[in-house]
Design a protein around this ligand. Structure first.
Ligand SMILES: *Cc1c(COP(=O)(O)O)cnc(C)c1O
Length: 376
């Protein structure tokens, strides 16, 4: 049986940059400096510049980036943080770690991101922060969210784990909030060969606090002013990320190119993602909507095309969150959970594979139409 077209394939990216990555890894191994050295510092400088902010702090994962960002804002027990239930678990776990209550608010069905009007309606006197997620690689509606935070004196913390490189009104995601949180998990747009994350911010004091928290609450050796964490990005991952950062715009352009082909080929059969102005989309995932989602997924599996559902069970329905969140009314989120399907999407896809995916979906659509046509 021929192998499946995968939904993502980090190994292909490693192979395509193997020479550069192997040289960077060897240089770290030979340097004898494995934690908080030149590679982490240089990556922080380059990513801050890329995002158009003053500071960046490498941490151990995207989830840690969110956790330390919230903690740097002083958020804790008794506080509320407004976010979306239609996201990866790490978003909401980070809020729970601080002792604050996640207040879950339904999504805008067009963009799958936090609905600003519902977010505003959920603000109480305990609300301290709004945490939008730029899902699938498309920015949330940032103008009304920035405005909402300004009017109510709330922190805006962006979950950019899926949106590194995406722009809103010509500015990079991560530069709108007090803090932006990146993940370098191997399937993200800028990906490590292991775990990693980063907090970006224009606020020197917040950057300093995150720096202290990531390293055992310590700003200088032997002095611990707070209980902190071991959440450092390591030198090997930072060296690999520096190699890939040089190629990030080209990699995102390649994702957009595949998305354009999917858009044109599939638009009549399924609802394709729309990158509406003033946003750009970086397609961490290429996620369509289809009423016959599960049947389409089975057909694609039989046709050699891998798919995945992001996310089949929204967070308000997960056992881990039972009794731990506030909020009600998740119709848009639950409908999306029943209809979304992510197709193969990564820069190293080949055009014959993209054509095969399109072909397989066209065959499904034709069969559905025939089945639905009146007899005779
Ligand atoms: C991947 C992801 C995270 C968590 O990142 P890790 O590096 O895996 O901890 C958080 N939020 C979203 C939306 C993600 O996709």
């Amino acid at each position: 049986m021929p192998s499946m077209i995968p939904i993502t394939d980090p190994e292909r990216q490693y192979i395509s940059f193997r020479k550069e990555i192997d040289a960077a890894v060897k240089a770290v191994l030979d340097s004898g400096r494995y934690i908080l050295g030149n590679n982490v510092a240089a990556l922080e400088t380059d990513i801050a510049a890329y995002c158009g902010v003053g500071h960046a702090v490498g941490v151990a994962s995207g989830t840690d980036a969110l956790h330390l960002a919230l903690e740097a804002c002083g958020i804790g027990a008794g506080d509320e943080v407004i976010t979306t239930p239609f996201t990866f678990a790490g978003t909401v776990e980070a809020i729970v770690y601080t002792g604050a209550t996640p207040v879950l608010v339904d999504i805008d069905p067009e963009t799958f991101t936090l609905d600003p009007a519902r977010a505003e309606a959920a603000v109480t006197e305990r609300t301290r922060a709004i945490l939008p997620v730029h899902l699938y690689g498309q920015p949330a509606d940032l103008d009304p969210l920035v405005d909402l935070c300004d009017r109510h004196g709330l922190w805006l913390i962006e979950d950019c784990a899926q949106s590194f490189g995406a722009e809103y009104r010509g500015r990079k995601t991560g530069s709108f909030g007090a803090l932006g949180c990146l993940s370098f998990y191997p399937t993200k747009n800028l990906s490590a060969l292991g775990d990693g994350g980063m907090v970006v911010t224009d606020d020197a004091a917040l950057a300093d606090t995150v720096r202290m928290l990531r390293n055992h609450g310590s700003r200088e050796p032997q002095r611990h002013e707070r209980i902190g964490y071991n959440s450092r990005l390591d030198e090997l991952q930072a060296a690999i990320l520096r190699v890939k950062l040089r190629h990030l715009d080209a990699l995102n352009a390649r994702r957009r190119e595949w998305a354009g082909i999917y858009d044109r080929a599939l638009g009549d059969f399924v609802t394709v993602p729309r990158a509406t102005a003033p946003r750009t989309h970086v397609y961490n995932l290429y996620t369509v909507r289809c009423r016959q989602r599960d049947r389409l997924a089975r057909h694609l599996a039989r046709s050699g095309v891998a798919t995945a559902v992001h996310y089949r069970t929204p967070l308000h329905l997960q056992a881990a969150l039972r009794g731990r969140y506030a909020g009600t009314g998740f119709e848009a989120c639950e409908r999306a959970a029943a209809e979304v399907l992510s197709l193969p999407m990564f820069p190293e896809l080949r055009s014959d594979e993209v054509s095969e995916v399109c072909e397989a979906i066209a065959i499904f659509a034709e069969a559905e139409e025939t089945a639905a046509a009146p007899a005779g």
